[in-house]
Design a protein around this ligand. Sequence first.
Ligand code: ATP
Ligand code: MG
Length: 560
Amino acid sequence: MTEEMTAGDFVADVVRADIAAGQARVQTRFPPEPNGYLHIGHAKAITADFGIAEQFDGVCNLRFDDTNPDTEDVEYVDSIIDDIAWLGFKPHTVVYASDYFQQLYDWAEDLIKRGLAYVDDQDAETISAQRGGFGRPGIESPWRNRGADESLDLFRRMAAGEFEDGSRVLRAKIDMQSDNMQLRDPVMYRIRRTPHHRTGDKWCVYPLYDWAHGQSDAVEGVTHSMCTLEFVSHRPLYDWFLDHLDLPFDKPKQLEFARLELTQTITSKRKLRQLIEEGIVDGWDDPRMPTLVGLRRRGYPPAAIRDFCTNIGVSKTNARHRIEELESFVRAELNRTALRRMAVLRPLRLVIDNWPKDAAGQPVVEHFEVINNPENPADGTRLVAFSGDLWIEQDDFAIDPPPKYFRLTIGREVRLRGAYLVTATSVVVDDAGDPIEVHATYDPATRGGDAPDGRKVKSTMHWVSRAHAVEAEVRLYDRLFDLDVPGERTGDPIDDLSPESRQVLTGCKCEAALGDATLPSQVVQFERLGYFAKDPKIPMLFHRTVGLRDEWANIQKRVS
Ligand code: ATP
Ligand code: MG
C-alpha cells in the first residue's frame, strides 16, 4: 500500500491525528462471523484493517465474532484463515470472541450490580414491540426496575440453564426514550441451548454483537475498530458499554466505512448460500461466486484483489463499483504474470496439402521456439510442435465472410502465429453445409511468420498441431446476474439471474505444454482468447478467468 494511495483515506487521517495527539501504538482487527465463506466485500475490510496496521507499524488480529452458535461452524473458521493467508495477510494472532465469554459474563454481572442491566422476563416479540420507532417513544419493560439482587439471581440461573430458550434476556438499562434506537435498553444476552463449535455445552447464554464487540476490542488492545456504515448508529452503544465498564484499557475507537458493492454481484452471505442450496451454483467455490474461494478457483490473483481494494480506498459514502473495474486489475496482473499458451476452444481441422512428408511417409514435425511471456523475459521460451495437420478456431474460417472479416477464407492468406503464412484452397462441409475440414497450402519461405518479399496479411491466428494436442474441458463464465443491482426490481436478486452464466466446452485442443502436470503457474493466457485457470483438482479443466478486452477502459471513455 503506498502512501499516495491511502493519503486520502479518512481512516488513515484519523489514525495520523491520533498519533499526533499522543497515541503510542496502532492495532486493528478483522472480525468475521464464521457463518459463511469470505467474499469480495470482506476483501475490502481485510485490506483496510491489515493495511492500516501495516501503514502505521501496528498489528492486526483476526478475531472470529463467534457469538451465535446457531449459524457458525469450524468449516467456516478454517476457510477464513485460509482465505486471509491466500490474500497475503498475516494476522498478529487469531482470537475468538468466545475466548472472552467468561470475562463478558463477569462484566455483565458487574453492570447488573450497579443497576445498569436487568433481566427481562418478556419474550422477544414483546420487547421488540415496546421499542417504539422514530418519533415514537419506547415503552419501559415492567421488569426494568426490579432489584439488582433479583436480576443477578435470575441472570445466574439463566446461565445455569434453569430457563427455557427465549424466556428471558439480559438488557442494558439505558434510555427507552432515546432518539437512537440502539440505546433503548438493548439486549445483551439471550438463552440458547445450541452447542458452540468452540465452547461446546459450557454456555447456554450467548452475548449479542454489541455487547461482545467493543469489549473484545478493548481487551485485545485494539485502537481503531473499523466496521461498515450500518454500525454508525451502534457507535453510541459501543461507547456506552466501554464508558460504563470503566475498564483498565485504552478505549478503542469505532470507525465506519462504506461497504463494497459491485455491479451484477451480490455479497449477502444469506443470498450466496441460497444460490448453493437451490443448485444455481455448484458450491462456495464455484468460479461464478464472489467468494474468495470462488475467485481463487477462477484464477483471480490475490495481488489483483488487493490492488483493487487499495485503489478504491475506504470512504464514508456507499457506492457500487463496476465489476469491470475489478476485472481490469485482474487483467493487469495476469498480463504481467500469466504464461502464454495456444488452445483452440471450438476446433476446426486445417490440412496443409503441400506439407512435406518424411522418409517413412509421415508428415514432418517442426518445432518453433515461442516466447512464454512477452511481459517477462525471465519466463523464457518453449518449443511448440507444428505439422501439416492442425486445429484452428471454427470462427477463424468463413465460407461466406461477412464485411470486414480478415481471417481465413478460401483464396486468402493469413499467418499461423509464429509459424507460416497459409492460404485456404478448399473446404469440406457436412450435410448442414458447415465446414468440417479446411485445406490450405503454405509458403515454405515464410518460416517464422513473415514473408521475405514483405507482403502483408491482415490476420494472425492461433493453432494447435493435431498430433500433439491434448484435450481439455473449458468453462466460460458470464455474469451471474443480468442487472447492475441484482434484486432492484423485485427485492430478490434470484429474480435477476442470467439465463446462462456458464458455458461448458468439451473437446478443446491445447498445445502439449498445457497438459504438463507441472504447469508452472495456475493461470495462463490462451492467446487471443483470454486468461484461463487450470482447475486445482480436476485434471484438464480450465476456467475462463477474464477475457482480453479491457471493458473498463471503454466504460471510462464513455463516461468522460
Ligand atoms: P453478511 O451480511 O454477508 O453476513 P457481515 O457483514 O455480517 O456480512 P461479517 O462476517 O460479520 O459479515 O463481516 C466481517 C467484517 O467484514 C465486518 O467488519 C464487516 O463490516 C466487513 N464486511 C462484510 N461485508 C462487507 C462488504 N461488502 N464491504 C466491506 N466490508 C464488509
Ligand atoms: Mg455479521
